[in-house]
Design a protein around this ligand. Structure first.
Ligand code: NAD
Length: 308
């Protein structure tokens, strides 16, 4: 293992999040090796000097650290363990950082099965939506060894807000923190949709209702900030597909099951999300459950202007 910070970064998964993250690594001066099953997603990066790799194995072989930003644990498993996967190319003592919202099982299996190779494996999932990925202001929750986290800090700082790059514990902790954040945020979203719908049907003006909530102990970041894109523009955030939101909710309930904690509320929120996905399709935005309520009451929750 090199004790110095990596300069050649391999990046696999150039989608809504990975596109912005890899662009910011390039801007920060890291030499990039990139791969995706959609080669066209790399065009801009290649024009900026990135090297294209045909497989995850080739990506890993040419990099000091390889990063994955993939939809689900199944995709991570394929990219790591297939015949042309990361493990087929990474040097002994090499570093793999999974920034996907996922679960520890894939990495844990690698640690056990490849123990002799001295690999450094970290989980570092993110919050901040596609916009945070594009402007390099992601929040990053890192699980892993302290030395690895410090060595990789310049890489994380190229993608995230330096004040919100948190080392949250040993390997696996990053995944758990991220899943709990999403679980709570999705719960806030469903609760807010329900409350706004009931209040509006009861005859209260939407702006007055929201301002009253903001001024009350029931205020939340979702009521104050995140719901505004719907209330002002009818934007349900297609930058994060509801299919992936449902994946996160499922993983979070699996986690609850595996640690033996009941997840009654989370399960209900998951069902409401699945209903919205069935109704509006896999690519609908993560905030589409609000639309479920709007359609139920026959009112679009929209503000003419934001009252202060
Ligand atoms: P996305 O579907 O837009 O991008 C995933 C990328 O992975 C795509 O470009 C796809 O072609 C590529 N890919 C899939 N299988 C592959 C394979 N076998 N080999 C190589 N490339 C492959 O997803 P996203 O929105 O960028 O999300 C990525 C991860 O980040 C997910 O785990 C998601 O839950 C998480 N996340 C997303 C957001 C968001 O707002 N979009 C926010 C925080 C976290």
């Amino acid at each position: 293992m090199t004790a110095t910070s990596p300069t050649r970064v391999g990046f696999i998964g150039l989608g809504n999040m990975g596109a912005g993250m890899s662009r910011n690594l390039q801007k920060a001066g890291f030499a990039l090796v990139v791969h995706d099953i959609r080669r066209e997603s790399a065009a801009e990066l290649i024009a900026g000097g990135a090297v294209w790799a045909e497989t995850p194995a080739e990506t890993a072989a040419q990099s000091d650290v390889v990063i994955t930003m993939l939809p689900t644990p199944r995709h991570v498993d394929t990219v790591v363990n297939s015949k042309t996967g990361i493990l087929a190319g990474i040097a002994d003592g090499g570093t793999w950082v999974d920034m996907s919202t996922s679960v520890p099982e894939v990495a844990q299996r690698v640690r056990v099965e490849q123990a002799a190779r001295g690999l450094h494996i970290l989980d570092a999932p993110v919050s901040g939506m596609a916009v945070g990925a594009a402007n390099g202001m992601l929040q990053i929750f890192v699980g892993g060894e302290t030395d690895d986290v410090e060595r990789l800090r310049p890489v994380f700082e190229a993608m995230g807000d330096p004040d919100r790059i948190l080392h949250v514990g040993p390997a696996g902790s990053g995944y758990a923190v991220k899943l709990m954040i999403n679980q709570l945020w999705f719960s806030h979203l469903v609760a807010t949709a329900e409350v706004l719908s009931i209040g509006v049907k009861a005859g209260v003006d939407l702006g007055v209702l929201r301002n009253s909530l903001i001024a009350s102990p029931a205020n939340s970041n979702f009521v104050q900030h995140d719901v505004l894109s719907i209330l002002t523009e009818g934007d349900y955030d297609e930058g994060f597909a509801i299919a992936l939101a449902c994946k996160d909710l499922g993983l979070s309930i699996d986690l609850a099951r595996s640690v033996g904690v009941p997840a009654e509320l989370s399960s209900l929120v998951e069902q409401i999300y699945r209903r919205a996905r069935a109704q509006y399709g896999d690519h609908a935005g993560e905030m589409t459950p609000v639309k479920l309520y709007e359609d139920l009451i026959g009112v679009d929750l929209r503000l003419e202007k934001v009252l202060t």
